[in-house]
Design a protein around this ligand. Structure first.
Ligand code: NAD
Length: 459
């Protein structure tokens, strides 16, 4: 920390505030959550406009997946915060009697949150909610790829929240790199695995713990014994919301061969029902974030059997909902996370073959199964390792704050949402309180055979 740059100044201001202790109180945490609630409700339209500018999101999508999501997260957090902050009493073994033991959650200190661009408001402010609820000072760096949302948060946060404890630094790689040189007490990063590795390496210099909310290829298995029409409707919603730029969107389908034709037809009907027959001009269909990602996604279609969609509009950066049938497993569309509106459909001869396929690959952020069969439902829960599993739907686990959200293996480490977010941004300090009354002497020197005998009995 040699230079006194604006980033270093912001960091030091937060550190000093944390030392004063004001962020530890329930009153401060509650006031900040309420301020964030006001920030969102009083500026709902401005957020919708920014999200439309960054990603072409419709008003409804902006509210459901970003602003409404955050408001319900704040409501849940406010409702339970007092309880979460309480020490948890645990039992004390006989060797430490008389005594009492408890676990006291305490804030970590000054934390860094690095946001991603696909849900630029939700993915920046949901970790903020958890960090503030846990009593930390927090510095947010939103993604530079969603500039309108980033600018809006940077202008609103200081107007509503406690500027001594909370700060927003806008910028890209350079600013992120400078932030990563600072000794934060925790880094919460959302984005791809390439930058995730950079974040983790930088954090190691200060032994800073990290939460990495990454992505991966989330599979979606369609059993022949399922309600194909409802499955198709839910898959269309999950895959093509935000034009597929969702970390937990189904990345590819594994469909039992006997129902492929019927399922494809249902997908087509459902796409028309949700986005019309000209999705490229639908007000409910988002655009690709920038030209680089647009070109990357268009590249996935080369030399593939495109059986649905495939139309693109360069001027508006839109790519229609697209299905690619049985792509080569070694082609980029099956090797990389798609993160866009292209859906590979691989035919399998059985659900078992689908499970084997998934288990041979890196652990995904989410795994989906549509099936009536209890045995198959049990099998995915018991055998498939993934951040989250959802049976007979996609992405809906996000709506339950009682469920942790986070990856495993290559899809990330750590978790948040509800109490899990509070815990991520807290240290669970163990406390033991002894009494002066009654001091068993067996642990003190000089040792003796009798003391050893008693210790063996007690431990
Ligand atoms: P991105 O490019 O917006 O990067 C994320 C953040 O990292 C940004 O704030 C960016 O400024 C910063 N960054 C970029 N280069 C950096 C560098 N060299 N050093 C330090 N910081 C740097 O996001 P992305 O990687 O394009 O996001 C897409 C990925 O994120 C996908 O893999 C997706 O699955 C994943 N994702 C995961 C979640 C989740 O909650 N698990 C949510 C959204 C996206």
């Amino acid at each position: 920390m040699s230079q006194n740059t604006p980033i270093v100044q912001a960091f030091e201001r937060l550190q000093q505030t944390f030392q004063l202790g004001k962020t530890r109180t329930y009153a401060w945490r509650k006031s900040q959550l309420e301020a964030l609630q006001r920030l969102l409700t009083e500026n709902e339209q401005a957020f919708c406009n920014a999200l439309a500018e960054d990603l072409g999101k419709s008003q409804s999508e902006a509210f459901t997946t970003e602003i409404g999501f955050l408001l319900s997260d704040i409501k849940h957090t406010k409702k339970h915060l007092k309880q979460w902050m309480k020490p948890v009493r645990v039992s004390t073994p006989i060797v430490a009697q008389p005594g009492r033991s408890f676990i006291q959650p305490e804030p970590l200190g000054t934390v860094l949150i690095i946001g991603a661009w696909n849900y630029p408001v939700q993915l920046s402010l949901a970790p903020y909610i958890a960090a503030l609820a846990a009593g930390n000072c927090a510095l947010l760096k939103p993604s530079e790829l969603s500039p309108a949302s980033s600018a809006l948060m940077a202008s609103l946060v200081p107007r509503y929240l406690d500027g001594d404890a909370i700060s927003v630094i806008e910028g890209g790689k350079e600013e992120a790199a400078e932030l990563l040189t600072l000794p934060f007490d925790h880094i919460f990063y959302t984005g791809g695995d390439r930058v995730g590795k950079i974040v983790m390496q930088a954090a190691a210099n200060h032994l800073t713990p990290v939460t990495l909310e990454l992505g991966g290829k989330s599979p979606c298995i369609i059993d022949s014994e399922t309600d194909l029409a409802v499955s198709a409707r839910r898959v269309v919603w999950g895959k093509w919301t935000n034009a597929g730029q969702t970390c937990i969107a189904p990345d590819y389908l594994l469909v039992e061969r006997s129902v492929t034709r019927e399922f494809l037809l249902l997908l087509e009907q459902e796409i028309a029902r949700q986005f019309g027959t000209q999705p490229l001009t639908s007000k409910d269909y988002g655009r690709i974030v920038n030209r680089t990602h647009f070109d990357r996604l268009r590249g996935y279609l080369q030399q593939q059997n495109v059986v649905m969609g495939g139309q693109v509009d360069e001027s508006s950066l839109r790519i229609a909902p697209t299905v690619v049938l049985n792509p080569d497993i070694d082609s980029p569309v099956m090797q990389e996370e798609i993160f866009g509106p292209v859906m590979p459909l691989l035919e399998v001869s059985s659900v078992q073959e689908a499970f084997d396929f998934v288990k041979r690959r890196p652990k995904p952020l989410a795994a989906y199964l549509f099936s009536h069969r209890q045995s198959v439902q049990q099998q995915i829960v018991g055998e498939v390792s993934a951040g989250s599993i959802c049976i007979n739907d996609v992405m809906m686990f996000m709506a339950n704050p009682e469920l942790p959200f986070g990856g495993t293996g290559f899809s990330g480490m750590g978790r948040y949402h509800g109490k899990f977010g509070f815990d991520t941004f807290s240290h669970h300090k163990s406390v033991m309180k002894r009494s002066f009354w009654f001091d068993v002497a067996i642990r003190y020197a000089p040792s003796s055979a009798r003391k050893r005998y008693l210790l063996k009995k007690l431990l």
